[in-house]
Design a protein. Structure first.
Length: 566
């Protein structure tokens, strides 16, 4: 299997794209969503600006309507003031004729009518009340209320109010100068000599309606005698604020706007009148108006059907669909690219594993051949004849082969220590008369260590079969092993029941193999003792992971990742 290196290099350059296979589609979704949101914001901004321009135009029209109604009433009051200034006394006939000529029924332009309130010194109030009855100016008992008290020297009782409806009848004889807001407006009108409106007041006519707001406009009536000016009283018009607003609404076209009028500043307690419409809150504009020398605040709010305009909702809907589609397409493309990369990476990994396994196999073959050559050379030097050489060499190669078979069964991953010992002693463990007893835990050995241990057990068994416990019927071999630490195991070989043991005078190949070759491979000394009751041997075997474990694990991980769905 050959993998094109330029293709692998290109895949490696694209590694940044595949690190976040699910992040890129989400990023595309975020970008599309942000684009949609920016578009909606731009649409809403343009809509808000258009509404602002339209609302400002409507506010100008509404303010003009209010000013027009006020101007119409002021014009009537100025005319009345000019007429009554030329009269020495304002009689009921004169007042009725004027009102009839100017206002017809007296409720034109949103007011409750026109009234006359003379300036009367507090000291002469009783004489004034009697004069009104004697002159026939009033039809009922005329008693000014509330009575002046304290240091107040002037009163302005209402004498005439046309049309004289039941509501207006309640105001006759009321001293308007007794109330601070009315008094401040009248003082200002006298000082400036022009019409002045009051702030928010509760009209005497609105008995039983304490929350209904009103206001009044006062025009002083001043006569001039011998160059001296004297104030006779006030021509005035009372207004119910809501009725006045309804009258002004006849002069502008747009009735889909909320409108509120406040006295001097926007506050709940300063609300004069308002007109509400259905719908949610929209844009709000405010404007200050000069109403007969007094300040009003006009507040206008447009009606909005929803939180977003129709165009914004359409843009948002189709933008959301487009964002989801972009994310789905990006997810599909990224998934396919990630799958292609996984296949290429798997192929590259397989090539790497193949190279490693090939190098490992070459290394093992060389080691095995070296061991065979070493065993053959030593066996030749210790053999008496060709038959002895052939038999010894064959047995030792079979011992290597047995361990190889164990390692092949585990794909050269590991070999169980007990299986190694059992494979070498298998001929002596058959039947009911077993000559071998083995005990110990399950310990895994690396391939090289397992092969070295197999040779050592083979030599011990061969020696026991020739000269030791396995050479007699009653002989026994005890093989015990234990784990001393996480990386070291101990194996004890003990023979009993065989012929008396005498330590040989010269070293044989088996002893050299165990004490030199095996000890060198296992990196530990071998304690071999020739006791009279039987041979004893103690081996230390390292417990370590072989290099091929990592290769096998890498291979298995690569296969698993290649077969799992993304």
């Amino acid at each position: 299997m050959v993998v094109d290196q330029p293709l692998l290099d290109r895949v490696e350059k694209q590694a940044w794209f595949h690190k976040y296979p699910r992040g890129w589609p989400f990023l595309l979704f975020v970008i599309a969503s942000v684009t949609t949101a920016v578009s909606v914001m731009a649409i809403e901004r343009a809509d808000r600006e258009a509404r602002h321009v339209a609302l400002a135009s409507n506010m100008t029209e509404m303010a003009s309507a209010l000013q027009r109604r006020i101007t119409e009433n002021i014009a009537v009051l100025r005319a009345a003031s000019a007429l009554f200034a030329t009269r020495s006394e304002v009689t009921p006939q004169q007042f009725s004729e004027f009102v009839g000529d100017m206002q017809g029924e007296g409720n034109l332009y949103g007011s409750l009518g026109i009234g006359w309130a003379p300036l009367v010194p507090a000291s002469g109030l009783a004489r004034f009340e009697v004069d009104q009855l004697e002159k026939g100016n009033v039809d009922v008992d005329f008693v000014v209320r509330p009575r002046p008290g304290g240091q107040r020297r002037v009163t302005t009782p209402i004498v005439y109010l046309a049309p004289l409806t039941n509501m207006n009848q309640r105001a006759i004889a009321y001293d308007m100068y007794s109330e601070p807001v009315r008094r401040a407006a009248m003082d200002k009108a006298l000082a400036l000599g022009r019409p002045i409106a009051t702030g928010k007041v509760h009209l005497v006519q609105n008995v039983g309606e304490p929350d209904r707001a009103g206001f009044l406009i006062y025009m002083p009536v001043v006569t001039e005698t011998n160059g001296r000016k004297r104030a006779k009283g006030f021509i005035y018009s009372p207004f119910q604020a809501d009725t006045f607003l309804t009258s002004a609404a006849e002069l502008y076209r747009n009735d889909n706007l909320e409108l509120a009028i406040y006295d001097d500043k926007v506050a709940p307690e300063n609300l004069l009148a308002q007109r509400l419409v259905d719908g949610t809150g929209g844009l709000i504009l405010q404007r200050r108006l000069d109403v007969a020398g007094h300040t009003w605040v006009l507040q206008v709010r447009d009606r909005k059907g929803g939180s977003l305009s129709a165009l914004s909702r359409i843009t948002l809907f189709f933008g959301a669909i487009a964002s989801l589609m972009v994310m789905a397409i990006g997810r599909l493309i990224t998934k396919r690219a990630a799958e292609d990369r996984q296949v290429l990476e798997w192929l590259s990994s397989q090539a790497s594993i193949r190279d490693s396994l090939t190098r490992e196999l070459n290394h093992r073959v060389k080691n095995t051949l070296a061991n065979v050559l070493s065993i053959a050379a030593l066996t030749r030097r210790r053999s008496k004849d060709i038959d002895d050489f052939t038999q010894s060499l064959t047995a030792r190669i079979r011992a290597l082969s047995a361990t190889h078979d164990l390692l092949s069964q585990s794909d050269w991953g590991f070999a169980a220590l007990g299986d190694v010992v059992r494979s070498e002693l298998a001929p002596y463990m058959e039947g009911n008369e077993s000559h071998v007893e083995m005990t110990g835990p399950d310990i895994k050995l690396a391939p090289n260590d397992a092969m070295s241990l197999g040779l050592a057990i083979h030599e011990l068994a061969t020696n026991a079969a020739k000269y030791g416990a396995l050479s007699t019927v009653g002989g026994r071999i005890h093989v015990n092993w234990q784990l001393l630490s996480h990386d070291l195991a101990e194996i004890d070989w003990r023979e009993e029941g065989g012929p008396p043991v005498v330590e040989p005078s010269k070293r044989g190949f088996g002893r050299d193999l165990i004490e030199k070759i095996v000890a060198h491979e296992l990196k530990s000394e071998v304690d071999l003792r020739f006791k009279p009751e039987g041979v004893e041997c103690r081996l230390m075997v390292p417990v370590r992971n072989a290099r091929e474990f990592a290769l096998r694990a890498q291979k298995r991980r690569a296969l698993t990742e290649a077969t799992e769905p993304a």
